[in-house]
Design a protein around this ligand. Structure first.
Ligand code: ZN
Length: 187
């Protein structure tokens, strides 16, 4: 059960994430506020994955703050503790590296991540695959969308073995997304 303290931290993380990402929108053509993605990822963990570990759920809300906002590691540690910071760090790409290298490293690092980080990455890929196919980013060609799905599948291959429900949910969303993209291609 969530304690009063857990719930306090959860709400604080949601507020922090909404604030830090306030000027950021999702790439999809509906341009939803970025925080919707963070809520969906956390909701996938909670409902599909039945994840009840508090640091994992809090880190899910914060998973893109180090990569995409001016949030610092010190801030995260002070507000949410070392355990949450460690998970967020694990799911943060090194933005100094070129994009292609970062994508390759995600595939290579996946099997070495902690359970918490693997769960968050699984939920993240579920939401991103859904968005790329159902709410395609402006200007993405069919080939680019297919390539994204293939890459996500390769990353998830290295994440398996932590949560069967989330893994099957990923497979279902991936399969449905591929069918949708095929249908869009052939009128
Ligand atoms: Zn994300």
């Amino acid at each position: 059960m969530f304690s009063e303290q857990d719930f306090g931290m959860f709400v604080r993380a949601l507020t922090f994430a909404a604030d830090k990402h306030q000027n950021q929108r999702r790439k999809g053509h509906d341009r939803l506020p970025y925080v919707n993605h963070l809520i969906r990822v956390t909701d996938l963990l909670w409902r599909e994955g039945e994840v009840r570990d508090v640091p994992t759920l809090v880190a899910a809300l914060l998973h893109d703050t180090l990569e995409d906002t001016d949030a610092t590691a010190d801030e995260l540690e002070t507000l949410f503790g070392a355990a949450v910071l460690a998970i967020v760090r694990e799911v943060t790409d090194d933005k100094m590296l070129p994009k292609a290298t970062r994508k390759q490293l995600q595939i290579e690092h996946a099997p070495h991540l902690s359970t918490a980080a693997r769960l968050i990455k699984l939920a993240d890929k579920i939401d991103n695959v859904y968005d790329v196919s159902h709410n395609s980013p402006e200007g993405w060609s069919h080939e680019r969308q297919i390539a994204y799905l293939d890459w996500a599948e390769a990353v998830v291959a290295g994440l398996r073995g932590v949560n069967r429900a989330l893994e099957s949910h990923f497979d279902a969303v991936l399969c449905e997304s591929r069918e949708l993209l095929l249908k869009k291609k052939s009128p």
